[in-house]
Design a protein around this ligand. Sequence first.
Ligand SMILES: Cc1cc2nc3c(=O)[nH]c(=O)nc-3n(C[C@H](O)[C@H](O)[C@H](O)COP(=O)(O)O)c2cc1C
Length: 197
Amino acid sequence: MKSIFLATLTFLYVMASTTAHAQNHGGKKILIAYFSHGGNTRVVAEILQKEIGGDIFEIKTVQTYPKEFNPLIDMAKREQEANARPSLSTQVEDMSAYDTIFLGYPNWWGTMPMALFSFLEQYDFAGKTVIPFCTHNGSRLGSSVRDIERLCPEATILDGLALNGGRSGSFELGSNAARTKVQDEIILWLRKLGMSN
Ligand SMILES: Cc1cc2nc3c(=O)[nH]c(=O)nc-3n(C[C@H](O)[C@H](O)[C@H](O)COP(=O)(O)O)c2cc1C
C-alpha cells in the first residue's frame, strides 16, 4: 500500500516537473511577442506557443494599417523611409519576468515593420535571448536579424525561422495543410535550437 502511495507521488512529481519544464524551459520564462497584419505571423505564433508554452503577446500600433494592399505597402514604405517609430497600443507588463523572447513579424520591405523597431527600443533586452521568426513572400528574414542585433546589442540572438506566407492578406498559412507544415517546421527548428526533444 505504502509503495503504491510512493509510486503515485513520484509519478505526480515527474508530471508536475515536466509541465513546468515545458512552460518555463528550464526555469526560463518565455514570451512570444509578435506583430501580424494579415494573420500569417499570428498563426505561427499560436502554433509556437502550443509547442513551447510561455506567454503570447501581440504588438499593436495606435495607428492601424490599411487593409487594401497598395495603400498598405505605401504606408509601410513611407514609415521605413522616415525611419519612423510608430506608437504602440499594447505594452508588456513586466519584461524583466522573461529571459527568452521569441519575436515574430512579417518581412516588410526587406526587414521588420517599423513597429518592431519601436518595440525593441522600448524595453531592455540586455542578457536576454531573442529568437526571431518571420513570415515572408520570398525574402526570408531579409536584413531583420542585423537590425535586431543593432537594437539589442547586449542580447543573445539565436537562429531565426523564416516561413513563406505568400502575399499579405492571402493568409496562406491559415489552411489546415499549411498549419501542419508550419508545425513540422517549428518542431524541427526548436530541436535545432536544443529547445525540444
Ligand atoms: C507592406 C508589405 C511589405 C512586404 N515586403 C515584403 C518583402 O520585402 N519581402 C517579402 O518576402 N515579403 C514581403 N511582404 C509579404 C509579407 O511578408 C508576407 O505576406 C507575410 O506573411 C505577411 O504576414 P502577416 O500576415 O502576419 O502580416 C510584404 C508585405 C507587406 C504588406
